[in-house]
Design a protein around this ligand. Structure first.
Ligand SMILES: Cc1cc2nc3c(=O)[nH]c(=O)nc-3n(C[C@H](O)[C@H](O)[C@H](O)COP(=O)(O)OP(=O)(O)OC[C@H]3O[C@@H](n4cnc5c(N)ncnc54)[C@H](O)[C@@H]3O)c2cc1C
Length: 386
C-alpha cells in the first residue's frame, strides 16, 4: 500500500492502518518534502471547531477532539499538541442570522456545546468587542479551540513507523494504472508496486490524481496569516476565542501576540507562486479595517510577522473527498479538506482504514464525501469555510 503525502492526513491514514490488526501488507508513505515545509500541515492555524454546516464535518472534528482529550493514553505521557480550548465565536450580520441559527441547531443536535448569543450577551461576555453591524453570535463553550497540527502529524507518523510503516522521501511522478493501480513511478528512478494507493497529497492532490488520468477538483489556494503585536491589550482579549467577523476576517490570541487572516473573494484569489511572498496590502485593505472596527484595541496594532500556506481547496464544494474512485477500486482519496483538514485528519485516516480493512464505514458514514459526487458534479457545499 502506498500513501502519497506525509502530512497530517497521510500520516493519520498510516496510523489507523497500522493500529488495526486487520490490515495485512506493507505501508509506505511517499513524501517528497524532507522538511515537511511547504505542505498545508506546516502552515496551518490548527483550529478545531464543531461549527460547520455539514453533519459529517461536525462528526469528523469530534473525532480529533476525543483523540486530543485522550492523547497521553494513545501516544504516551510526553505527547502534547498544545490544545487551547478557547472556543470559536462566529458573528453574523442581520443577513446571516438565520443561517447561523440553523447551523447552531444542527451542531447542538449533534452534541456540540454551542451557545447562540444575542448582541447584549455578546457585549457582556466580550467587553473588548464592538458589536456594530452584528446581529448574533455562536460560541463554542467547550470542545473548540486550536492545537498544533505538526505535533499531531508527527505523533501519527512516529506511531505508524514504530508499527512497521515506512516513510520514503521521494516524489511520485507517475502512476501505473489500468483497471487498478499497479504502482507508482518515482522521481529518483524506479517504480514501487502497490496493492492500493491513497492520494493524501493535500493541495497537490488534484495533480497527483491527474497522474492516474483522474479528475479531482482540488487545487492549492494561497492564504496569509498575519502576526500582530497589540500593545497592552485588555486582559480579556488575551483569552478571546477565535473570532470570525461577519465579513470573514478572523483573529485569535497566540501566546503574547495575535494572529489573523481572511479568505479572499473568489475573484481576487492570489497567484500561488512563492510561499515566501506575503501580500501586506491585503492586510491593510481587507483585514485591518474589519479588525479595528470590531476590536477597538486593534486600532493600534503592528504586523510583526506573517506567513503564507496553501489551502487544499476543493473547488466544487469546499468539502473533503474521501473513499475510492468509482472505476479504479484500489485508488483512494483523502483530500480536498479546504482549510479544515488538520482537525479532520484523524477521522479521515480512520475512515480510509475502515474501507481498506472492512470494505465499509464502521464509525462515521462518509458516503456523501465519496467520489460519486465529484463524478456527478453534485456539490455538497460547506457553508462555514473560514
Ligand atoms: C494558512 C492555513 C490555515 C489553516 N487553518 C486550519 C485550521 O485552522 N484548522 C484546520 O483544520 N485546518 C486548517 N488548515 C488546513 C489544514 O492545514 C489542511 O487541510 C491539512 O493540513 C491538510 O493535510 P494534508 O496532509 O492533506 O496536506 P499536506 O500537509 O499539504 O501534506 C501533503 C503532502 O503531500 C506531499 N506531496 C504532494 N505531492 C506529492 C508527490 N507527487 N509525491 C510525494 N509527495 C507529495 C507534499 O509534499 C505534502 O507534504 C489551514 C491551512 C492553511 C494553509
Amino acid at each position: 500500500m502506498v500513501i502519497v503525502g506525509g502530512g497530517i492526513v497521510g500520516s493519520a491514514v498510516a496510523y489507523f492502518l497500522t493500529a488495526d490488526a486487520g490490515f495485512r501488507g506493507s505501508i509506505a508513505i511517499l513524501e517528497r518534502d524532507t522538511a515537511y515545509r511547504e505542505g498545508s500541515t506546516a502552515r496551518s492555524a490548527g483550529g478545531l471547531r464543531q461549527q460547520f454546516s455539514t453533519p459529517e464535518n461536525i462528526a469528523m472534528s469530534q473525532v480529533t477532539l476525543a483523540m486530543i482529550r485522550s492523547l497521553k493514553a494513545q501516544f504516551g505521557l510526553d505527547a502534547d499538541v498544545a490544545f487551547r480550548e478557547q472556543g470559536y465565536l462566529i458573528l453574523a450580520s442581520a443577513g446571516g442570522e438565520a443561517l447561523l441559527a440553523q447551523n447552531v441547531a444542527l451542531q447542538r443536535s449533534l452534541g456540540a456545546d454551542i451557545a447562540a448569543l444575542g448582541v447584549a450577551e455578546l457585549s457582556a461576555r466580550f467587553p473588548w468587542l464592538s458589536a456594530g453591524g452584528v446581529a448574533a453570535g455562536a460560541l463554542g463553550q467547550s470542545g473548540e479551540g486550536w492545537f498544533d497540527p505538526v505535533s499531531l502529524a508527527w505523533l501519527f507518523r512516529k506511531a505508524a513507523v514504530a508499527r512497521g510503516a515506512s516513510v520514503v522521501h521521494d516524489e511520485v511522478i507517475g502512476i501505473d494504472v489500468g483497471e487498478r493501480v499497479a504502482g507508482v513511478v518515482l522521481e529518483r528512478g524506479g517504480r514501487l508496486a502497490c496493492g492500493s494507493l491513497v492520494n493524501a497529497a493535500g493541495p497537490w492532490a488534484g495533480e497527483v490524481a491527474g497522474l492516474a488520468g483522474v479528475r479531482l477538483p482540488v487545487v492549492a489556494r494561497k492564504r496569509y496569516v498575519y502576526v500582530l503585536d497589540c500593545r497592552e491589550p485588555p486582559q480579556a482579549l488575551r483569552k478571546a476565542p477565535l473570532t470570525v467577523d461577519p465579513g470573514g476576517v478572523w483573529f485569535r490570541p497566540e501566546g503574547g501576540v495575535f494572529i489573523c487572516g481572511k479568505s479572499p473573494d473568489e475573484s481576487a484569489e492570489p497567484g500561488i507562486g512563492d510561499l515566501d511572498a506575503i501580500d501586506y496590502t491585503f492586510f491593510e485593505e481587507e483585514v485591518w479595517p474589519s479588525l479595528a472596527a470590531r476590536v477597538p484595541a486593534f486600532e493600534r496594532i503592528k504586523v510583526v510577522n506573517a506567513w503564507a500556506g496553501y489551502y487544499d481547496y476543493n473547488t466544487l464544494d469546499q468539502n473533503a473527498v474521501i473513499g475510492p474512485h468509482l472505476a479504479i477500486p484500489n485508488l483512494y482519496f483523502a483530500a480536498g479538506f479546504s482549510g479544515h483538514g488538520a482537525q479532520q485528519a484523524a477521522a479521515a485516516g480512520r475512515a480510509i482504514a475502515e474501507l481498506l480493512v472492512d470494505g465499509a464505514y464502521r464509525t462515521i458514514d462518509l458516503t456523501r464525501f465519496g467520489y460519486a459526487r465529484i463524478a456527478a458534479n453534485a456539490a455538497l457545499r460547506e457553508r462555514n469555510v473560514i
